[in-house]
Design a protein around this ligand. Structure first.
Ligand code: PMP
Length: 364
């Protein structure tokens, strides 16, 4: 495995070696069919087994309540930004949005093409926190209340404190999918792309509460209609077969690791390792995110002070590459460093980053 780099990328991101080896092993011959899974009909019985097993694994690992359907869609998280208002608007005139970072902001902007969007508070930049709920303006006439469970660019994690509401909650879990237990209470739609914690890009998993199905706008494209997708067991059209296959393997990998609770425990350990170094560095490493909402998946920080010293950050990134660690550069809109510690990144790899941070700090 020495050719493998330590990958802290934000997505597409690291896929567990065991999964990649299994894919390699089955590429020429899947289940003794003499062809790979990429080469068989999505309507074959072999693919039906794979698809239904993948849904079942998700249901089991995430403890998805029986009143939720699980859909396999395309178009990414960004597709859902449009699909959500198209499916949930019904007779409502507006939806409420909690904007805590770049991704909920994008979701709100896209939704405003299809429904009036009300932000429950005026987002304050830089994004570093979730304002107290008593300052929100949110009411029960909204079609739904939208939030991003983990802001990938800004490192702000909402979960597990889903906001209380009487309207259906909509959660974007793209970047903390199966990173920790998820409570479906009050939720109407929960969705995430698979390219961070669940495998490859191309598949978007959508959990929809059954009573919300069938309210889509007449103009909703069939591929974005929850009703159409459910009626066809996610096979309205050709699904992203390869991504479903890889997600299936990743879910089995999670199960073998002991399930979500075990994964969560490990994720807490990994995140603590890095945040402790930041907090004990006398400001040399700086994470501006409110401690109550620090992401355990995407750790964003600056080096050399709150605004960051770009020459120091460049030096840090260069040293990371020399130590086999890639993709630690922060998102272009915020700069600095971002370490994405998704499920597949193990403790040993996180320790390598911690060692380098400690070494770098002593060199200052
Ligand atoms: N939501 C979040 C939280 C994300 O991190 C991303 C992608 N980085 C998206 C949505 C958009 O996903 P996609 O690129 O699959 O459309």
């Amino acid at each position: 495995m020495s050719v493998r780099k330590i990958n802290f990328g934000a997505g597409p991101a690291k896929i567990p070696e065991e999964v990649l080896l299994k894919v390699q092993d089955e590429t020429l011959n899947y289940e003794n069919l003499g062809v790979s899974v990429l080469e068989i009909s999505h309507r074959s019985k072999e693919f039906a087994v794979l698809l239904n097993e993948t849904k079942q694994l998700l249901r089991e690992l995430m403890k998805v309540p029986d009143n939720f359907e699980i859909l396999f869609m395309q178009g990414g998280g960004s597709g859902q930004f449009a699909a959500i208002p198209l499916n949930l608007k019904g007779e409502h005139s507006y939806a409420d949005y909690i904007v805590t970072g770049a991704w909920s902001q994008k979701a709100a902007a896209e939704a405003s093409k299809f429904i009036e969007v009300k932000k429950v508070f005026t987002p304050a930049k830089p994004y570093v926190t979730v304002p107290d709920q008593d300052s929100w303006s949110h009411d029960e006439n909204a079609a739904y209340l939208y939030y991003c469970a983990n802001e990938t660019v800004h490192g702000i994690e909402f979960t597990p404190r889903a906001p209380p509401t009487n309207v259906p909650l909509v959660a974007d879990i793209s970047s903390n999918f199966l990173a920790r237990p998820f409570d479906f209470t009050n939720h109407g739609v929960v969705f995430g792309g698979t390219q961070k914690n669940l495998g490859a890009a191309g598949l978007t998993v959508v959990f929809v509460r059954k009573d919300l199905i069938g309210k889509e706008q007449a103009v909703t494209p069939a591929v974005f209609s929850y009703k159409e997708m459910i009626a066809n067991n996610s096979l309205y059209n050709t699904p992203p077969c390869g991504s479903i296959y890889i997600t299936n393997l990743v879910l089995k990998w999670i199960k073998n690791k002991g399930g979500v609770d075990a994964i969560y425990e490990m994720n807490l350990k990994k995140a603590k390792l890095i945040y402790d170094i930041i907090d004990n560095s006398d400001g040399f490493f700086h994470c501006g995110v409110d401690k109550r909402f620090r992401s355990i998946m995407n750790i964003c920080f600056r080096i050399g002070g709150p605004q960051g010293d770009e020459s120091l950050e460049e030096k840090f990134l260069k040293g990371s590459l020399e130590r086999n660690m890639i993709s630690l550069k922060g998102h272009r809109s915020v700069g600095g460093i971002r370490a994405s510690l998704y499920n597949a990144v193990n403790l040993e790899e996180t320790q390598k980053l911690a060692e380098w941070m400690n070494e770098f700090e002593t060199q200052k």
